[in-house]
Ligand binder design. Structure first.
Ligand code: GTB
Length: 216
């Protein structure tokens, strides 16, 4: 059975691979699992058929036979548990990698999303210029801590894992923020992730969706 994921029919990121289907595509490519994609419009995401798959009416979702999952982290943990290549076999190393997966999603991603959302939704508001330095400071705090921990290492904890896959996709969202150049080790970490053949295949697949949407 080939699993099906959902992705934006027309992604607001214009093919930059910033929507959360990208991380699921990347994980599927890493483990060598072929997949189908159901593209959904914003209206379809809020319609009953999709809400039955995703209670919050979002992408990505994952369907494999009777199993229906939502939440990119949950989907990737499921893939990592059922296929080799995304989590270490050693139980302690595996537990540490899962902790890093949660850290990427619960500790590093929230201030990055808050900064990004303020730039989209509050840019024309009178408080935006006053608020932005505080939002940037929250992101810098996490980047300082993350780069200190990563040091000269290639990946977060030993071999590449689902934790790196998530952390790289989270950090990529800072591309337009201007904050990353101060952290060359994190820039190199992102580049190492982006250089992986599985990442390249996933990126090309989501870009092809955007390009097709422009051609019609
Ligand atoms: N916690 C959930 C997960 O990890 O799966 C969050 C899922 C989520 O936020 N999905 C977004 C969505 O469906 C798409 S990825 N939004 C539609 C809605 O809520 O109605 C978020 C996203 C969107 C656009 C860009 N971009 O344009 O750069 C980047 C990220």
């Amino acid at each position: 059975m080939i699993p099906t994921i959902t992705a934006f029919e027309s992604s607001p990121d214009r093919g930059r691979g910033l929507a959360r289907d990208m991380r699921v595509r990347w994980a599927l490519e890493e483990v060598g699992q072929p997949y189908d994609v159901r593209l959904v419009s914003f209206a379809a995401m809020k319609a009953p058929a999709h809400l039955a798959r995703h209670p919050f009416g979002q992408i990505p979702t994952y369907e494999d036979g009777e199993l229906v999952l939502f939440e990119s982290g949950g989907i990737i943990l499921h893939l990592a548990e059922r296929h080799a290549g995304l989590l270490p076999a050693d139980p302690d190393a595996r537990a540490r990698a899962v902790s890093w997966m949660f850290a990427a999603l619960n500790t590093v991603e929230p201030p990055i999303v808050e900064l990004g959302m303020a730039g989209i939704l509050e840019r024309d508001k009178p408080w935006y210029e006053a608020r932005r330095p505080m939002l940037e400071a929250h992101v810098r705090t996490r980047l300082d801590q993350l780069s200190a921990r990563l040091g000269d290492a290639e990946w977060l904890d030993g071999a590449f894992s689902a934790a790196d896959l998530l952390m790289v996709t989270v950090l990529r969202r800072l591309g337009a923020s201007g904050l990353l150049p101060a952290y060359p080790s994190l820039g190199a970490y992102i580049a190492r992730g982006e250089a992986r053949p599985a990442y390249q295949r996933a990126f090309a697949a989501q870009l092809a969706v955007f390009e097709a949407s422009q051609a019609t």
